[in-house]
Ligand binder design. Structure first.
Ligand code: PEP
Ligand code: MG
Length: 887
């Protein structure tokens, strides 16, 4: 028979931490803590399977209800209290808990079990009437909101009215008489809104709360969060029913959240916040600003010492940084949750490398713990230290990195601005789970209230959004759409900059610069290099980028686009002269002028990559790209005609004529790539001469130069054989002139579907293949690379496409063609070296796929090289482990 309900508590625990899929993260870890002898209030978990069944059928199998009843009986027996007992009632919390944490996205009900009768019993038992009624009014409001769908605001405004009536400021100033009256008014609201009385049977309350938590799996904010975080909709949540403990029972009680290491920096230091005399949700909700955890020892020393000890034990047990929640009730500590803590990118790297040094984890685990997104973030911009800053306020540095954007005050505004490509900073009093979409759309978040573990801080760190919280100097005036701070008024859509690493708010737009790789990251990437079997090269077409990429770990150049060299200001006249040439002789003359410049480029690049392979692709784009725009020329002609400068008029007219004659209807499918090389062989000849002369000169200096010449856009084997013949002829001529022998290779891009299909023929002529997945995607889909923005986002919204195929490789279509190409190519040359140099070479999912289908190396832009190194190591382990599993 299926087990649907799992109990946890000292000596009576059914679950364990490895059962997260079934018990959810919270339930599985509560069980694990109980197994470890950590003080956990007892309770039970109803499994995610039940959630899936319930959401499908809208009812429970009989067996679930039977097991639930059995668990309630057990819980009552263990506590020596009964639900709804008028003398001494058992009170419970009801919380969600999916297999991966979704902070604040689903619902929670606290103090369940209070009724008109049991509240009297509770008051007597704890000898504190105010406390009992405070719990009761909180419960009714929470139940009303979460379970019955009555707006929380309706209860809140009654509290405000009561405070006004009594002339008091804070909730804590309300005495038991006031709270009793509030309870009655709250119940009245429910009767009015729902047409029935607030339920007075705790078992009915419990079942309704359980249903509501299961239902909250499908609320809008949970759906949005899952979408943003790639969480499967079919998983469902578990429900945890747990004995209530109270942090609001006076000055030896409190509640808090803590991390075993600093989640922002990764520093090995106990980190967290707490509130004395407060209930759980108060800390995360950011209602009161909490104290730093290290002062708790002065207030409740024994519980603090025990907390520190338990946290260390939990970290060693789970071998990762833990994020815990605790409550101290009258000096006695209870752990309410432990989970792997979310961390910033910098902290992820530091914690992983530190834990290797501490012997807690091995290098492979460390490499697997850091995510590609982390590396991406570390290479994100920060404020230029040279920039002049006008800091207008300071808050808490909740999530590092700098962000610049226009001020908006609502999540919707941030989303709307993002739709039109505008960058924003979302400024809020505090964020709530409803703001999640806006936070994702904004560049950064700034809040007036809340601490380092407030909603904004936790979510900001998780998303990697720069975030400054608790900036109390700011006052937001929503009516007039501005905020004021220290004498400044910042209007909606004014630019501000925030620095989430130090908590500063800066007026205006500040220059940001890219981050560099620190010592820990360097170490981690070296471990990644030791593990990985997939090569990582870079796409670079100038010596500076090549040097940068080498510094970032590139093992050569996988794509040097030579056309980029033609665009230089000093080259464009010679390039245009070459294009304007009416005969071969004039063209050759212009090419002669270009030769030394190209050679100089190659010398620089070869030097930067000494000893490593450099793949140079011969000219690819259609020639008209190097000529001025037709409209620009027409304008110039008009100007000349008005000024009467006849000398130049003819010249411009000639250029216009050439532009018109070169114009193509589909330039991406036109006279480009090897088609250009075949029709104007002298262009490729000049380039090959420049490559080989550069290589000979540097070899003569004693350098090891490894040139690989690559022919673009080949679809027919004869295109390659002809081009290759020309390349080799020129290369041999240069080497003969120089009296040298260079080991060079001639290969081809595979970027047309036809090329993948006839890859066996092509492989006979090629020393290597490199997949140009940009063009291969374009030609496989028939999507113009330059026009996709008009429809691909709509396709994504409509669910026609999951990803933009130009960003994430389409494995089903383009990927299948690649597999055909690899298979056919290697059928004639088993050792054929194959790379990928389209944009996908730096995209994590695509890198893993490329590795799985047998690619030898990926090539990507310099700043993506570290990401590729990490992902390559992770995919090496994944492939190895899958293979070991099979054998
Ligand atoms: C490609 O098509 O994938 C490629 C790398 O070449 P380019 O982007 O220069 O066309
Ligand atoms: Mg291409």
């Amino acid at each position: 028979m299926s087990k649907f309900v799992y109990f946890f508590g000292k000596d009576v625990t059914d679950g364990k931490s490895s059962m997260k899929d079934l018990l959810g993260g919270k339930g599985a870890n509560l069980a694990e803590m109980a197994n470890l002898g950590v003080p956990v209030p007892p309770g039970f978990t109803i499994t995610t399977e039940v959630c899936v069944l319930y959401l499908k059928e809208n009812k429970y199998p009989e067996e679930v209800l039977r097991q639930e009843k059995e668990a309630i009986d057990k819980l009552e027996a263990l506590n020596g209290k009964r639900l709804g007992d008028p003398e001494d009632p058992l009170l419970v919390s009801v919380r969600s808990g999916a297999r991966v944490s979704m902070p604040g996205m689903m619902d929670t009900v606290l103090n369940l079990g209070l009724t008109d009768k049991s509240v009297i019993g509770l008051a007597k038992k704890v000898n504190d009437e105010r406390f009992a009624y405070d719990c009761y009014r909180r419960f009714i409001a929470m139940f009303g909101d979460v379970v019955l769908g009555v707006e929380f605001r309706k209860f809140d405004s009654l509290i405000e009215d009561k405070k006004k009536e009594l002339g008091v400021k804070s909730d804590t100033d309300l005495d038991s008489k006031a709270l009793k009256e509030l309870v009655e008014r709250f119940k009245g609201v429910i009767k009015l809104e729902k047409g029935f009385e607030f339920p007075q049977d705790p078992k009915v309350q419990l079942q309704m709360a359980i249903n509501a938590v299961f239902d909250s799996w499908n609320n809008q904010r949970a759906i949005t969060y899952r979408k943003l975080n790639g969480i499967d909709d079919s998983w469902g949540t578990a429900v945890n029913v747990q004995t209530m403990v109270y942090g609001n029972r006076g000055n030896t009680s409190g509640t808090g959240v803590a991390f075993t290491r600093n989640p922002s920096t990764g520093e090995k230091k106990f980190f967290g916040e707490y509130l004395i005399n407060a209930q759980g949700e108060d800390v995360v909700a950011g209602i009161r600003t909490p104290d730093f955890i290290n002062t708790l020892g002065d207030k409740i020393p024994e519980a603090y010492a025990q907390l520190v000890d338990i946290c260390q034990r939990l970290e060693s047990h789970f071998t990762d940084m833990q994020d815990i929640e605790f409550t101290i009730q009258e000096g006695k500590l209870y752990m309410l949750q432990t989970r792997t803590g979310k961390r910033t990118a910098a902290a992820a790297v530091k914690i992983a490398t530190d834990m290797v040094a501490e012997g807690l984890i091995d290098k492979e685990t460390a490499v697997n713990r850091v995510k590609a997104e982390h590396i991406d973030l570390l290479l994100h911009p920060r404020i230029d230290p040279e920039a002049k800053l006008e800091v207008i306020a300071k808050g808490l540095p909740a999530s590092p990195g700098a962000a610049v954007g226009k001020v908006v005050f609502t999540a919707e505004a941030a989303e709307e601005m993002a739709e039109i490509g505008e960058k924003t900073i979302l400024v809020r009093t505090e964020t709530s789970p409803e703001d999640i979409g806006g936070m994702a759309a904004a560049q950064g978040v700034l809040t007036v209230r809340g601490g380092m573990t407030s909603h904004a801080a936790v979510v900001g760190r998780g998303m990697g959004k720069p975030c400054v919280v608790g900036c109390g100097e700011i006052s937001i005036d929503m009516k007039n759409a501005h905020f004021m701070v220290n004498g400044f008024t910042i209007k909606e859509h004014d630019f501000i900059t925030i620095d989430g690493s130090i908590g500063s708010v800066i007026i205006g737009k500040v220059d940001l610069i890219d981050a560099e790789i620190n010592y820990d990251l360097r170490k981690l990437l070296i471990w990644a290099d030791e593990i990985r079997t997939l090569g990582v090269r870079t796409n670079a077409d100038n010596p500076a980028d090549a040097a940068l990429a080498r510094e970032l770990g590139a093992e050569g150049i996988g794509l040097c686009r030579t056309e980029h060299m033609f665009f230089g200001e000093d080259r464009i006249p010679a390039v245009r002269e070459m294009i304007m040439a009416e005969d071969e002789k004039t063209r050759k003359k212009a090419l002669k002028r270009l030769l030394p410049m190209q050679k100089e480029d190659f010398i620089g690049i070869f030097r930067s990559m000494e000893g490593l392979p450099v793949t140079i692709r011969l000219l690819d784009p259609p020639l008209h790209e190097f000529l001025p725009d037709k409209e620009e020329l027409d304008e110039k002609l008009r100007e000349l005609e008005t000024s009467g400068d006849c000398g130049k008029i003819d010249e411009v007219k000639k250029v216009i004529q050439r532009v018109v004659s070169l114009k193509e209807l589909n330039p991406m499918l036109g006279h480009r790539g090897c088609r250009l090389g075949i029709t104007y062989p002298e262009i490729y000849n000049m380039q090959v001469r420049a490559i080989m002369e550069a290589a000979c000169e540097l070899t003569a200096e004693g350098m090891e130069i490894v040139p690989e010449i690559m022919i673009p856009l080949v679809g027919l084997v004869k295109e390659l054989s002809l081009s290759k013949e020309e390349v080799c002829k020129t290369a041999e001529t240069v080497m003969a002139e120089k009296g040298m022998k260079i080991d060079y290779k001639v290969g081809t891009m595979i970027e047309l579907p036809r090329a993948t299909i006839v890859a066996d023929q092509i492989a006979k002529e090629a020393d290597f293949f490199s997949f140009g997945t940009n063009d291969l995607t374009q030609t496989t889909f028939g999507f113009s690379r330059d026009d996709v923005s008009k429809f691909v986002p709509i396709y994504q919204k409509a669910g026609i496409l999951e990803h933009d195929p130009f960003a994430v490789l389409d494995q089903e279509g383009v990927g299948e063609l690649m597999k055909i190409g690899i298979g056919k190519g290697r059928s004639v040359k088993p050792e054929l070296k194959i790379g990928i140099c389209g944009e996908h070479g730096g995209e994590p999912k695509s890198i893993t796929f490329a590795h799985q289908i047998g690619i030898d190396y990926v090539s990507c832009s310099p700043y993506r090289v570290p990401i590729a190194r990490l992902v390559a190591a992770q995919s090496t382990m994944e492939i190895r482990d899958a293979k070991n599993k099979r054998t």
